[in-house]
Design a protein around this ligand. Structure first.
Ligand code: DX5
Ligand code: ZN
Length: 222
């Protein structure tokens, strides 16, 4: 495979009491990006972590920090996450009436800007802003929890997004896929057109994050 695939372990399934150690293992295993799931108990029915934890992680790793905001009123918190050291920030298009303004806010902070879309959200909603994006995060489970099963219809959505980007000659935006990704389905997700694979339980859930990352990498290399 010619294109470089990025693997982004999601710390949601890591042992939070040993977070620095868990991050060190995936960094040494060749992870490209560290995916951090921020949930507020409103946009999704779960609460995870906020900017102070992102700041603490920033001090522990050189990995790029990919902050996935699953929160309502994201415009109130984006600057905090930028100050905390986020490198990439994705906002859900379902979480705002003013996506364009939100993207400007992220972009003006000097970080990579992404939009996340829930499984039931049509990708056509992004048509007017695709050229502004560094990445599009396709949710392949309903956001809120790790360890869910990959929704099979997501593959067709990834294929359609890839076609849309290619036919519009938009080369900048990468496609990130998040939810239920594992060693068994990684290749089909990449073949559908994804560039970045987020994996939480597949990496941290089996007791061998190093082996799991290498397994996913091997599966997509063939
Ligand atoms: C779910 C999160 C995901 C989650 C993925 O709402 O956005 O990043 O950590 O976990 P797995 O890989 O276990 O589906
Ligand atoms: Zn996520």
């Amino acid at each position: 495979m010619i294109k470089k695939i990025k693997i982004a372990p999601s710390i949601l399934s890591a042992d939070f009491a040993r977070l620095a150690d868990e991050i060190r293992v995936v960094e040494n295993a060749g992870a490209d990006v560290l995916h951090i799931d921020v949930m507020d108990g409103h946009f999704v029915p779960n609460i995870t972590i906020g900017a102070p934890v992102v700041k603490a992680i920033r001090a522990q790793t050189r990995l790029l920090l990919d902050v996935h905001l699953m929160i309502t009123d994201p415009e109130l918190y984006i600057d905090d996450f930028i100050k905390a050291g986020a490198d990439w920030i994705s906002v859900h298009c379902e979480a705002t009436n003013h996506l364009h303004r939100l993207l400007q806010q992220v972009e003006s902070g000097g970080v990579k800007v992404g939009v996340a879309v829930n499984p039931a959200t049509i990708i056509g909603l992004l048509d007017e802003v695709l050229h502004k994006l560094d990445y599009i995060l396709i949710m392949s489970v309903n956001p809120g929890f790790g360890g869910q099963i990959f929704i099979p219809e997501s593959l067709d959505k990834i294929i359609r997004l890839r076609q849309k980007l290619d036919s519009a000659h938009i080369n900048r935006a990468l496609i990130e896929v998040d939810g239920g990704v594992n060693q068994d389905n990684a290749l089909s997700i990449i073949e559908a057109g994804a560039d970045i694979l987020v994996a939480g339980s597949a990496v941290f859930g089996g007791g061998d994050p190093d082996g799991a990352i290498k397994g996913i990498r091997q599966a997509v290399i063939g």
